[in-house]
Design a protein. Sequence first.
Length: 447
Amino acid sequence: MIRRPLDLTLFAALLVVLGFGCNTGTGRRNFGPGSTAPAQSGGGGGGGGGGVGTVGSFSAAGAMSLSRALHTATVLTNGNVLVTGGEDSNGYHATSELYDPVADVWARVDQIAPTQSAGLMIDPASGRATARSRHSATLLPNGSVLIVGGFGAERFTPTGPVIEALGNTYLFNPTTNTFTPTVGPNLMTNRHSHLAVLVGTGKVMVTAGFNNSGPTPLSGGANQIGSTVTSSEVYDIATGLWSNGGNSNGTHTTGAAGLAGGTTYVVGGANVGFTDQGGFVVGAAAFSAPRVETFDFNTGNFAAGPSNADDRAQPAYVVTSNGNLFLAGGRDANLAILNTTEFLDAGNGAWTNGPTLASGRAGAEAAEIGTTSDVLITGGFDATTGAVLRQCEVYGVLNNAMIGTVDMSLPRVMHRAVTLNDGRILIVGGQDGTGGTYYTQCEIHSR
């Protein structure tokens, strides 16, 4: 673990230079040690055979060895879940863990790998394990996982680790439980909090995020240490090499991205800066046009896509098994938390308004319930109180309506929600929004 040089808080809300303030101390995704009682089902659940159309319920799952927020969680082809990196009140994590959903147990990768170092992401230059949060993890068609960038430490000086946006990338091999640097190990632009999309069987596109810049003093004692990135990079799975992609015309950091109907879409986000207190600096004209862009892998160019209804930063989003890109909540151009939903129809490439959420929320997580194209929307910051929510909502695709609400055992933000191979949803880690409690606990949604 790499300790943070400052008492950094995780972003809860957008930090605005003038007049808006900041919910400090919020993190992404963690549970405290021990087990928790299953949450009770909320109201609004409709009928339906075999549980389809109901809100379902939560039950406790095994706890991780470390509390984690701003980590990644990836369902492997064998059904296990790989969780990498993250952070808690002690600093940034260099370790990863594997979850077996059948046995309901976690194992530290560095403890089940052939050697401890093989189970860690070792920087080739320093020979030290890299600690990271706010990175991406993409499951590749061959079963390996591509780990890209992040915020943490991969460089070390005589005075200690250098905390910054990271440039190294790694592959996790689930057969050997080992990490290795990619052939072309470095990103051309160090970045964290970026978007990553797998296209077909051959390439991964990475765009947006924050780079290293500053420090630039800000009001309130913070320093801006990262600026929005508009460039993209493409990873070739066959060669293991990175190449430059085009520059986006909009600024999509804190936005959404996915492959819908064979087209790569990048949606929403804002032109913001990253601070050494873990927040965002939002200036004038932060939400630039176009809101939606498509990326062409053949030319490496971005082009304006079909415009959606709302500016959105920090939305919950997921690409469902019917190919639609579903978005819920987030923040608009005035930084107000949204209670709206919408989806991009993969069939016609057009946006359709979805139903209104029971609670407007930002920084939530979304996952598909099995392969039903119904969506579970979990946690995030409440529009009315600003508190972190235990309440989750279920979107039903059949009638394009919200089915009802169901509560997790803990309020969560900066957690992860992933769909297991058996259709259940695993909720991993997070934070309670106060800045003090990071979670090791996990829970599972079933219906």
